[in-house]
Design a binder for this molecule. Structure first.
Ligand SMILES: *Cc1c(COP(=O)(O)O)cnc(C)c1O
Length: 387
């Protein structure tokens, strides 16, 4: 039952085949009209994304990292301020805090959802005060495709006067109680990096907000802090626009996005049904709908992760570790504050998580094969384990 061809971890080629003509045509339209910056597709995409997320204002930009950075710049977050971040995330979440001169404070996550724990958030705010810092914001991350506990986060943030900047880089399209991400907190950001659920063919990102004043500040920051005229600079900004070609590509991909998320749902359901008795499968909170950026399992304590991954590799099954090292243990971030009680969940997760191949074009036969190899591997190891 060995497959000889390497199974892709994320399949971008299959989608390319499906959309070939429509994307080729949309790119050609941009090449023909020649408005590579601020072309009509950019404005059109912002309108479509607004409809999709039910958010009043959408500001597209050059990456998910710029999106986060621009909001912190617009809110004037800087030296003396603290921003609370989960430790179990991709580095960009905390990187932008350091870039504006503020201090990231790392807190822990929930073991079942991988997302920021509101109790830990509260402790992080207390730590900021102890350190003489002003806690200005929290950046919850909707990790692996699932919304964070936005009700719990909002309650703590509101009581303490923090604004919420939701990092939905991996979770565009996910929902919580029937409400899509994009309207929780002051602003939500996402990334269109090719491997994200809605990816373009390069870098891209967007910011969603219902705050008109913030949206207009963001539009200024996006182009060098532009004022009324092109060469009127009223604040410090960036050059952080989304290319017209990327917007044109995203417009085509958005048309099939719901369908792709549906396909990811059924892949996830099948994994969960077939693997729940041998590994810890991801937990989707009731009321949440994940877009399954990753399907991340937790291995049983007695199973060696390196051997597991190498074992699967010999069957041409690729796996990845997100994330092998929590932020507070990364070289560049070790010096920033974290809870004194430690961040045991983030540390434990980083040792046990493994992400399986996940994409909308994972066919049943290939998935059955992956499931069978994993089941055999875990059960066999179980037989060999000391009683
Ligand atoms: C990918 C990612 C980002 C950054 O997005 P880019 O578009 O690559 O800059 C930020 N936060 C999280 C959680 C991510 O996964």
């Amino acid at each position: 039952m060995r497959v000889t061809k390497e199974i892709p971890f994320i399949d971008i080629a299959e989608q390319r085949t499906r959309l070939k003509d429509s994307i080729d045509q949309s790119i050609k339209r941009v090449l023909d009209h020649g408005q590579f910056i601020n072309g009509p597709e950019v404005a059109q995409l912002e309108v479509e994304l607004g409809f999709f997320s039910d958010s009043k204002h959408v500001v597209s930009c050059a990456s998910g990292t710029d999106a986060l950075l621009m909001v912190l710049m617009a809110k004037g977050v800087g030296a003396g301020d603290a921003v609370i971040c989960p430790s179990f995330t991709f580095c960009a979440t905390a990187e932008v805090v350091v870039l504006v001169g503020a201090t990231p404070i790392f807190v822990d996550v929930n073991e079942e959802t991988f997302n920021i724990d509101p109790v830990s958030l509260k402790q992080g705010i207390a730590l900021a005060k102890q350190l003489g810092l002003q806690a200005k914001a929290v950046i919850p991350v909707d990790l692996f495709g699932q919304a964070a506990d936005h009700h719990g986060i909002e309650e703590v943030a509101a009581a303490e006067g923090l604004f919420v900047l939701d990092d939905a880089a991996q979770s565009f399209g996910a929902s919580c109680d029937g409400r899509r991400l994009g309207t929780f907190g002051l602003a939500t950001t996402t990334s269109f990096f090719p491997a994200k659920p809605l990816g373009c063919y390069g870098d891209g990102g967007a910011i969603f907000t219902n705050d008109a004043e913030l949206a207009s500040l963001l539009r200024s920051i996006r182009v060098h802090g532009q004022g009324a005229g092109k060469y009127d600079n009223v604040r410090i900004g960036l050059t952080a626009r989304l290319d017209t070609i990327q917007a044109a590509i995203l417009l085509e991909k958005l048309k099939i996005f719901d369908d792709e998320v549906e396909a990811r749902q059924s892949v996830a359901r099948r994994y969960t049904d077939a693997l729940r008795d041998v590994v810890s499968v991801p937990h989707v909170v009731s009321g949440n709908r994940s877009v399954w950026a990753q399907y991340t399992i937790r291995l049983p304590q007695e199973l060696d992760r390196k051997n597991f991954m190498e074992g699967l590799k010999t069957f041409n099954i690729p796996t990845m570790i997100y994330y092998e090292r929590p932020m507070h243990q990364q070289t560049a971030y070790r010096g920033y504050p974290k809870l004194e009680s430690g961040l045991p969940v983030s540390e434990a997760l980083s040792k046990r998580v493994v992400s399986l191949p996940m994409h909308p074009y994972l066919d049943r036969a290939t998935q059955d094969y992956i499931i069978e190899v994993i089941r055999r591997y875990v059960l066999q190891q179980g037989d060999n384990a000391p009683a």
